[in-house]
Write a protein that binds this ligand. Structure first.
Ligand code: HPA
Length: 277
């Protein structure tokens, strides 16, 4: 069954009078970071036709619309992953819904393992660029009339948003850096040999999400920013074995700072919008 993102966006239009231009997707490590958000509507993904259900622990599967200060935002708390078995069009469907609803700027978040040796668990990496090794492109397949499938990826991650993200994170006392994210499909973690290979390709961090959403968001004309919570050193770098629970624990330990970080980002984004109008 195929779903129409316009119908799902129409449901959101009915659910609230707020019309956010900022959207956020909260991945592992960012789930509990909404203490600064004044919530106006909360809908489980199960009530939104076309949204995939979220089966990974640490992901809530809720859509929330509210305000950070004066800035209205739409937040997806949790995401479905390609490794859960969904096709790319399903995991990126919520992005098309947000774009149709009026979102112009999208912040994507996730947990990632570090290849860059100067990173430490608990640091944050703003995406400068990405390498897609998921084996799939979310734009493969029939392209609806009038929609460009040959999306330019020279500058996926907006320069100005990157600066705002780094400032918002530093003000929340988080250690921020910029780097290249490499996406694999998972769900197994990488081998040390893969990590050595990815390092030679130019990756600074590795994870199992975000890239498909960023590509679809660019197709929809959104400005995109993305940030990883570094939860571990990638396989073979520290000699430690990797577990999903450790990933969640490191990310969870930063929840108060991350709440401030997201709130700061939204407010700074709101101000930059006002200044540019
Ligand atoms: N590899 C892939 N995905 C991840 C990792 C990792 O080391 N840490 C958190 N997500």
């Amino acid at each position: 069954m195929t779903f129409n993102y316009k119908n799902t966006a129409a449901l959101l239009n009915k659910a609230t009078n707020l019309r956010p231009t900022l959207g956020m997707v909260l991945g592992s490590g960012f789930q509990h970071a909404l203490s600064e958000l004044d919530i106006s509507v909360e809908l489980p993904f199960s009530q939104l036709p076309g949204f995939p259900s979220v089966g990974v622990s640490g992901h809530a599967g809720k859509l929330i619309i509210g305000k950070f200060g004066e800035t209205p935002v739409i937040v997806l708390k949790g995401r479905a992953h390609y490794y859960e078995g969904y096709e790319m069009d399903r995991i990126t469907f919520p992005i098309r819904v947000m774009a149709e609803f009026g979102v112009e700027t999208l912040l994507l978040t996730n947990a990632a393992g570090a290849l860059r040796r100067s990173f430490k668990p608990g640091n944050f990496m703003v995406f400068q660029d990405h390498i897609n090794l998921m084996g799939k492109n979310p734009l493969r397949g029939p392209s609806p009339l009038g929609i460009n499938r040959f999306v330019d990826c020279t500058r996926v991650y907006d320069e100005k948003l990157r600066q705002i993200l780094k400032k918002a994170g530093s003000q929340a006392k988080l250690k921020m850096a910029e780097g290249v994210y490499l996406a694999i499909s998972g769900p197994s973690y990488e081998t040390p040999a893969e990590i050595r290979a990815f390092g030679r390709l130019g990756a600074d961090a590795v994870g199992m999400s975000t890239v498909p959403e960023a590509i679809v968001a660019r197709q929809c004309g959104l400005r995109v920013a993305a940030v990883s919570c570094i939860t571990n050193m990638a396989a073979g770098i520290s000699g430690q074995t990797l577990s999903h629970q450790d990933v969640l624990d490191v990310a969870g330990s930063k929840r108060n700072n991350v709440s401030l970080f997201l709130g700061n980002f939204a407010v700074m984004y709101g101000k930059s919008l006002k200044a540019s109008r």
